[in-house]
Design a protein around this ligand. Sequence first.
Ligand SMILES: *Cc1c(COP(=O)(O)O)cnc(C)c1O
Length: 434
Amino acid sequence: MQLKGSKQLFEEAQKFIPGGVNSPVRAFKAVGGDPLFIKSAKGAYIYDEDDNAYIELINSWGPMILGHANELIESAVFSAIKGSLSFGAPTRREVEIAELICQMVPSIEKVRMVNSGTEATMSAIRLARGFTGRDKIIKFEGCYHGHGDSFLIAAGSGAVTLGIPDSPGVTKGTASDTLTAPYNDLEAVQHLVDANTGRIAAIIIEPVAGNMGCVLPEPDYLEGLRSICDKNDIILIFDEVMTGFRLARGGAQEVLNVTPDMTTLGKIIGGGMPVGAYGGKKEIMDYVSPAGPVYQAGTLSGNPIAMAAGMTMLNYLNDHPVVYEELNKTTHTIVEGIQKNLDNLGLTFTINHIGSMFSLFFTENKVTDFNVAKTSNTETFGLYFKGMLDRGIYLAPSQYEALFISRAIKNVEVEAILDANYEVLTELKKGGTI
Ligand SMILES: *Cc1c(COP(=O)(O)O)cnc(C)c1O
């Protein structure tokens, strides 16, 4: 029997896949209703198994920055496939992409390719620990660094959405080596560093947070972290899995002009294929096996098809900086339009925005950290999400996610998004929800 439509597929999926999905946020738990099962996507539109079309504001959580089924990337993948799917041996393409990454992100002098953002951050902190001979790391509440044990503490979006701030299965020993501080609170970091002299290997941060909704660093905050790290020989790691190649060719560190010791990358770097990377200063990276003693490996790392997709994506972005101007302009128009809608309706919700990332928070507070983000009314968000979906706009199914604009979104789509936004907000207001 051929399964029909999202509803039937989700019922069947739940019999054979935990929760019916292969990654938790996809399950729509935070907003209610059943997830859409996606059949295909092209440009700015995604199509579900019931043949509905939606304007895409998730874009695979970031990677599809040029829109879906981009022809350049597709043809690079098609031609790479002809030469076998995997070798488990070094290839020319890996050299070329490493060189390109180092050129686009100058703080990266050497880089190692892995298969996901999670692998990148896990490997980065192992390396930081091995290099410094210290055990502890500092992370920030609401920042997500993948599902590595050390990071599943105050881990933002997926974790908070499902109410699992500390996941069972993470040992107390591991958890005790992860210290947490509120985002944008330099004093809290200084306090942790003072209380753990000589024991902190690394501070890891999303230089622009995207996993508690979009939250920007306050002026001088990242500089402050840089200086604390310098004074205490702590490795500063920017987790740019989300912001890398999105905010600029050189990521958030280029836009904000702060230089980390190490950077983790993912999402856009694979052009839609499963790829991650970690890199940084030569002397640190040369501590990785086989150059150095810290072990890290991967049977499929640097996979030829993934490298072909990633290389084509990065080359395109590197050669066409106008992409960023366009993305920023489109996003600015959307954010301005939503602000205007809010103003017209006498609503005072908060919008955070940088480059082609933004979040509308259903709170009147200025959102600077996870605690404030959590003052958002998630029930209202759920209704807003459903209203937008009914009008053909595919938002991330959680208040605590950033939305990503792709280059395929043009004026027609911007207008559709803003019209839907106005209609849904009006409906919520009339219904007395807001
Ligand atoms: C998505 C994300 C990760 C995890 O990447 P996966 O490929 O999902 O493992 C890590 N850090 C940040 C900042 C992310 O946004």
